[in-house]
Every structure is written in C-alpha cells, then in structure tokens.
Design a protein around this ligand. Structure first.
Ligand code: MG
Ligand code: ZN
Length: 359
C-alpha cells in the first residue's frame, strides 16, 4: 500500500515536472536582443595568447571557444595600426588613420557601438586597465582628432551614453589645469562615483569607478583581480536591468609589456586577461543569450615563444620590436551569431557582425 502511494506521488511529481519543461517555448518567442561582450587584449597576437597555454596555472579559457577567425588590423594610412585606429575600427564601421579616435579617414565623426546600441535600448559598460581616456576605451565614446587629447576625451565621457565604467584616469577628471571639475560633472549626469561596491545597484543611477591617477597598476605591481572582479560587478549591475547590454573589457597592458619587451609583464597581463575571459564566458554560458567576442587590436613586440638555445623543451620568450606588428590577429566568439566571426576579414567588419545580432 505504502509503495503504491509513493508510486502515485512520483507520477504526480513527474507530470508536474514535464508541464514545467514546456514553459521555455513561450520565453523563447519573446527573446530579447542578445547581450554583447567585446573583450580586447591590447597587443594580443597569437604568441601572446599562446602563452596562456604554457604559463597559466589552469587550462586556458581560450580552449573553450569553437568559433575562431582572424582579422587584418592595418589602418587606413599604415600597414601597422596604432591602438587608436585599431580601436576605432572595432568600435565603428570604418578604417581610419593612426591616432584617430572615433573619426573616419576624412576626420568625420563615426558612430560607435556604444552610441548605436544605446539608441536601441542597450545599457553599456566599459572596463580597462589603462585610464578610461586611453585610446582603446576612448574610441567607444569619444570623437577627437588625436588620442593625446585626453582632457577633451574625459569631457566627452561625462556626456556619453555609458552606464558603468571602471578604469584609471582620475587626473583627467580632477585637479585639471583648466580648473574644470569633471568629478562633479559626472555626479550631475547621474553617476555614482567610486562607490563602495555592494550588490544593491540603483538602476536609476550610473556608476563610475576611477581607481588610479592614470593607468591602473600592472599585475606585477599589485593590481590584483581588478579586471575579473569589476567585470563581474559590471555583469551584476547590467543584469539587474531588463534591458540587454553591451560591455567592452580591455586588457590594456598586454601591449605595454610588449613595448617594454618585458616577457614577465606581458605574460602576467595576458594571464589576467585570460582569467577575465573566463568570468565573461561563465556568464555567457549560463545566460544563453550573450554574444561574447574576444580579440586583439593588433600585436605588440613581435613576440614569439622560441626555443631556449636550441632546447626544444624549454621556451624562451623573444621580442623582435618595441613597436606594433602587422601579423593577423585571432578572434574568438561564443553565443548567438558566433559563427559569423569565422574566416579571415578586416577589423572594420567586426562592427557589422555585432550589429547583425543586436537588431
Ligand atoms: Mg589600449
Ligand atoms: Zn601599443
């Protein structure tokens, strides 16, 4: 008798469970536009990326991608791009001259992913380990003739559509030579500035984290888990809203290690970026409606993982230049529309591949 009752109870539970299984169909029909996370390793070519396989503690997060392509990163005026033209070509639908931020080759302002996506109801976030006014993040919200115009870029950030940002760059917002107090201006525009972090984000507010005077400290100088942690905070803030979001996360200092021809600097920044890719990928896998694209803007240092004195079982990182190089750059994609990122194409095609999915 008792066995009988348990059997009936089981049948009821199982039939309820199968009722529940049908629910997602309705949800699928009303699916919102996908979230988009674009991650840029500044200076990240194939050898930089490969270092995560030889120097990382766990498995490289790049192993988790199936959809892989390559971009040509040449700028409008040079075979080898700088980070301003490189980022402008990722943030907008155009190639431009080295040094340009958010302008095309004729110096005409070009709409950025942040601007276009904000207009179709996306919330937006930017994170970098440089200052927020540095070339790569700047190309997503600013329009100036030269990347060195960081005071102007800071003013354009105040008036931008960005909802959350975390990076260095305090000196471009306070104690400026022109006397402008952009910290107050940020508050006036609805930003909570340098809040203590908690999970109770006010969605009527925007959040600004300016955590260093200029660039953030290097990993080797104690930056810790800033990038993976604030990437998680940004995801927590953005997912507290019903709106879809766009987020750009830059590992800015892989490039700086390359310019310095400092393998320890480069590899430690690369491993930090890999860890941050893991945070974004964990979210994208759980969410199921997030397109994650990870790429470099160009390679720096002509970096290779050579054999140490002919010993094929010992790697010696080698640099061939203190500048950027022209090598093709890998692109990794996950989520809705990821297969569009396969093949070999121009960096300026990334914008449209992303926008195809955002509509
Ligand atoms: Mg950069
Ligand atoms: Zn560089």
């Amino acid at each position: 008798m008792r066995k009988h009752l348990i059997f009936i109870a089981l049948v009821i539970v199982v039939s309820f469970a199968s009722c529940n299984i049908k629910k997602p169909e309705k949800k699928l029909a009303q699916k919102k536009s996908p979230n988009i996370i674009l991650m840029i390793g500044d200076g990240m070519g194939l050898s930089e990326l490969s270092s995560t396989f030889y120097y990382g503690e766990g498995e490289s997060n790049f192993l988790r991608f199936d959809e892989i392509g390559f971009i040509n990163t040449s700028s409008a005026d040079s075979k080898i791009t700088d980070s301003a033209a490189g980022a402008t070509s990722l943030a907008s639908d155009t190639k431009t001259y080295n040094g340009a931020i958010g302008l095309d080759a004729d110096s005409i302002s070009t709409p950025t992913l942040v601007e276009v996506l904000s207009k179709i109801n996306y919330n937006t976030a930017l994170l970098a380990t440089s200052s927020i006014t540095h070339a790569t993040p700047a190309a997503f919200y600013a329009h100036v003739k030269n990347r060195n115009m960081q005071n102007e870029i800071a003013e354009q950030m105040v008036n931008s559509d960005i909802d959350f940002f975390a990076a260095g760059g305090l000196k471009f917002f306070q104690n400026r030579q022109d006397g402008k107090n952009l910290m107050a201006a940020l508050s006036d525009k609805g930003f909570v500035v340098n809040d203590t972090l908690n999970q109770n984000y006010n969605m009527d507010k925007k959040y600004a984290f300016l955590l260093a005077d200029d660039g953030m400290p290097a990993i080797l100088k104690g930056r810790g888990d800033f990038l993976p942690e604030y990437t998680q905070h940004a995801i927590d803030y953005l997912t507290a809203s019903d709106k879809p979001f766009f987020m750009m996360v830059e590992g800015s200092q892989i490039d700086w290690g390359g310019h310095d021809m400092n393998a320890d600097y480069l590899i430690s920044e690369m491993l930090d970026f890999d860890k941050t890719v893991g945070v974004a990928l964990d979210f994208a896998e759980k969410d199921g409606n997030t397109l994650l694209v990870v790429l470099g803007d160009h390679e720096t240092g002509g970096f290779t993982l050579g054999a140490d004195n002919g010993n094929y079982n010992k790697i010696k990182p080698v640099f061939s230049t203190t500048s950027h190089s022209a090598t093709l750059i890998p692109v990794f994609a996950y989520g809705p529309g990821a297969d569009n990122f396969k093949g070999i194409y121009q960096n300026s095609e990334i914008f449209n591949k992303i926008m195809m999915m955002a509509k």
